[in-house]
Unconditional design. Sequence first.
Length: 232
Amino acid sequence: MNTAATVPPQASGDGRAERWSAHRTSRRKELVRAARHAVHRLGPDASMEDIAAAAGTSKPVFYRYFGDKTGLQRAVGEAVAERMQAKLQEAAAVASTEHDGLRAMVDVYLQMAESSPNVYAFVTRSAGPDTAGQDAMPVHFFSAVTAMIEAPLRHHLESRGGAGIDLTAASFWPPAAIGMVRAAGELWLRTPPGAERPGREDMTEQITGWLWAGIAGPASRRGPGPDTRSNR
């Protein structure tokens, strides 16, 4: 069968499809960025209508691209996680030790939460009882963040040959670490400024010390964390 005549239309069609796909991808990124800015200003309870108005478009446009509010939260969460990943890679590039690398991870997380608590709340909680699949979004966000620390953890364990560490139990450390950082970080955010709330650097050092004591093992443990009694 001679198919030569059908090739040009197919190629043309593929070109249009690629251009349309690129347009949709670009437009989606614009909407995610606009939504993030809107939530930063309006708060995590902003409705889809409020977010769309702040973005200068209509609510149906957001539904067309994201399906529902959970879909939008997931997309914003992915964008936040990508920015965190980039900052983590930058921090890891200058970290001289595994301990410094861990500190950088904690600091990036707390910095993200502190710089925009509204966006942080938006991507780490369910959209509400009227949204299908509401529990999937926070799990997705924290799974992405957990994945960021799995590779450096494996590198740390392999470089030490597992000395003093139960490798099977250690595989549970990344999600446990994120759980600790999240719980401590969110309590820190809710604490009013004052004597009872340490600065971000002090909080970073404290959480890093707790995490390092749990994974470093006797052979490489640096000792007790920084003395924070002077801050009390």
